[in-house]
Design a protein around this ligand. Structure first.
Ligand SMILES: Cc1ncc(COP(=O)(O)O)c(C=O)c1O
Length: 391
């Protein structure tokens, strides 16, 4: 992999005509260390956030030995790039053939579910296996998160006790799991969900072996500055102490965004300018999906200018579609013009994983960079110890 000190050096040497996804392996190692050293349980990387083989390998090499997969493709990917890892198939509604292959060919023993039908499906597909860890997905609110995951999956309070009791009969290990929504802006999101999960376990009168608090751990984006991750870990640890049967249970989490957001940036080229609108060669159908569809902003540097920017710009992507626009505002130098290169930070989570080939775009090249130019929750003072180790 071609490597540069920073993005300015990259553009001056390569003058790239297609977008560049820039890997930062040091930051992936740092994020892994942060979770492994500070989360009071097992850490499963949620592959969907960024399935790049280099990232799976780097996280695995840094000690992440558990992975959350949502599809057979992700399971095969983890098997190939993180041999020996423990994989959970944590999609609550799966194809029966996918469950069978996961169990038979890839050694997957951990599955999530939120209905009796799915329980029966898992039992059929695995030949009524006796070595299953089955995690009942509970419905929880997403009020404190930027992206809701509250309506599609999760057993509600009317059904969860009966489901937990049924699953307990068939599971070697019974778990509860939930997702508080992605980019949860307060540790209280986890406190509320853990209380709700504890109520379900008490109602059902079952012993649980796993309490999986899911993903939702945030990253820093412009205008979204959550508390330090240690506040999330402390809240979860405190709630886990009071959790029914916690003495016998393992605590798990499934971070996607927080383990991957800082690990990649994106370099694009400006194709043209009309007033405050810049036309660039990636956008809504590429790695800037969240900027277009959720109105998120990403930190932006104009690599072709020396001065920092304070002029607000809108962006248009390369396709012919009105939807291919990112309102921002993105702050760049007023002198920004066609031919300039812009680097967007913090696109490692749900960036490359959303890229499509619409209108013939979607092709990008990759490089590795050594610098650390964007704000990150992983280098806060609370984690100096972990940070020191990676220097
Ligand atoms: C089951 C499950 N676990 C973990 C994640 C990762 O969430 P995040 O990227 O917010 O940490 C997701 C995201 O959709 C998910 O559906």
């Amino acid at each position: 992999m071609v490597q540069f000190d920073n993005a300015r050096q990259l553009v001056s040497e390569l003058q790239p005509e297609v977008p560049v996804v820039c890997r930062r392996p040091r930051l992936a190692e740092r994020a892994a260390r942060l979770f492994l050293d500070n989360f009071p349980g097992d850490v499963l990387y949620a592959v969907k956030a960024n399935p790049a083989p280099w990232l799976i390998e780097t996280l695995h090499g840094s000690g992440i030995s558990h992975f959350d997969a949502a599809s057979l493709t992700e399971i095969r990917l983890v098997r190939e790039h993180a041999p020996g890892a423990t994989i959970g198939f944590m999609h609550p509604m799966k194809m029966e053939a996918a469950i069978a292959e996961a169990y038979r060919d890839h050694g997957v023993r951990i599955f999530s579910l939120d209905t009796m039908d799915e329980l029966e499906k898992i039992l059929r597909a695995t030949g009524h296996a006796k070595d299953l860890t089955l995690c009942v997905r509970l419905q929880v609110g997403s009020d404190l998160a930027k992206i809701s995951l509250s309506s599609k999956f999760g057993a509600d309070e009317a059904d969860d006790a009966a489901l937990l009791q049924d699953v307990r009969v068939h599971a070697e290990r019974l778990g509860v799991c939930f997702h508080v929504g992605s980019q949860a802006m307060s540790p209280a999101a986890f406190a509320g969900a853990m209380e709700r999960a504890a109520r379900a376990v008490r109602r059902a009168g079952v012993i649980v072996d796993v309490v999986d608090v899911g993903g939702g751990f945030p990253a820093i984006y412009p205008g979204m500055e959550p508390p330090a991750l240690d506040a999330y870990f402390a809240e979860i640890a405190a709630r886990f102490e009071d959790f029914p049967s916690s003495g016998n249970a393992r605590l798990w989490c499934e971070p996607g965004r927080a383990l991957s957001a800082d690990t990649e940036s994106l370099i694009v080229r400006v194709m043209g300018r009309k007033g405050d609108a810049l036309f660039i060669n990636d956008g809504a159908y590429g790695a800037l999906y969240d900027a277009a569809h959720l109105g998120w902003r990403f930190p932006a540097h104009n690599l072709s200018r020396d001065q920092e920017g304070d002029t607000p710009f809108r962006l248009y992507g390369p396709t012919c579609d009105d939807a291919d626009q990112m309102r921002g505002p993105f702050f760049l130098p007023d002198t920004t013009e066609a031919g300039d290169y812009i680097e967007f930070g913090t696109i490692g989570a749900y960036g490359r994983s959303m890229v499509t080939g619409f209108n013939g775009y979607g092709r990008f090249v990759e490089a590795a960079l050594l610098d650390d130019p964007f704000p990150s929750l992983c280098n806060g003072a609370a984690f100096m110890a972990a940070e020191e180790l990676t220097r």
